[in-house]
Design a protein around this ligand. Sequence first.
Ligand SMILES: [Zn+2]
Length: 367
Amino acid sequence: MRWALQLGHLYGISIRIHFTFLFLLAFLFLVSVAAHGWLAGLRSLLLLSLVFVCVLLHELAHSYVSLRYGLRVRSITLLPIGGLAMLEDLPRDPRQEIAIALAGPAANFVLALWLGVLLLVVAPGDLLRPVVSSEVLLGSLFWSNLYIGVFNLIPAYPLDGGRVLRAWLAARMDYIDATRRAVSVGHFFSLLFMLVGLVVWQPWLVVIGLFVFWAALAEERIAVLQSALERIYLEDVMLTEFQRLAPSDSLFDALDRALHSLQDDFPVVAEGRVVGVLTRGGLLRAFAGQGWNNSVQAVMSTRFEVAQRRDTLASAFRTLTGRGLSVIPVLEGETLVGIVTLQNLLYSIAFLSRKSAADFEVLRRAR
Ligand SMILES: [Zn+2]
């Protein structure tokens, strides 16, 4: 996520604060100082910071359970309306998704329990006063944790309750259909938030409603995409009409083929086996230097990865982006049967993400 300040790393997870959140802190501090003086300003700054520590603990609880299931977590970002944990892998087992989703609110309820016990000793009167104000720090933290826990359990996807709903549906139907239904429910709630926010004039509820609406759409797109990536095999999308080179070909042969086709990257094949890859970048560098009368063998890259035709699009995508490659030769056994390129995958993804699982089966059967 852009516009975020990195605080540090925890268990390999990058912890960030979004700049809008820093603006919010500064804004509330200044408003408070202007209205009630420096001390009040510092108190509200302290309260808001502590509330966001609770939000961070909520996100860390999600992350902890994800890591326990072997799912990588990329980052946690604190936004003015809450936290956001970005998982690198999506949980596909509904039980795992439910456990990960419930861990966040559970963390807030545990915190509320501790704070409640503490309040019982220090200021029992604040226990029954549901106010969030910098005047009553401990009571405010107690109630904030209860609010955060309960609010996140509303089945408004992508809030945690909505994720539980999606997982529950996914155990009963196709994952994409389950996501679409959860998104519809999420949209219903987000409109409700906005409506209530406007009627009782709580602008934050309107902002949260807008965010949930937008986030539900974005999450739907990611879920559909991820699902497509894992259901599609390379043989479904690989380029089968492509040029190949031999190690003994001259660079002029390579240039000729690059000029007369749309292909950027060429597998180099000797005796039926892939021995290297010549990229357009490599070709241009060879021509820019003194290497133009070289053979392909001299300038090809031997640092490449191959894939099998039944590998998934997801694995090819990870290899291409993770290792900074532009092409992967696709084999059947040892024989070269196709190539996939980043551009080729991006086109396929854009096209396939609009299709449902049933469409893929039809496509496959038709072939
Ligand atoms: Zn959560």
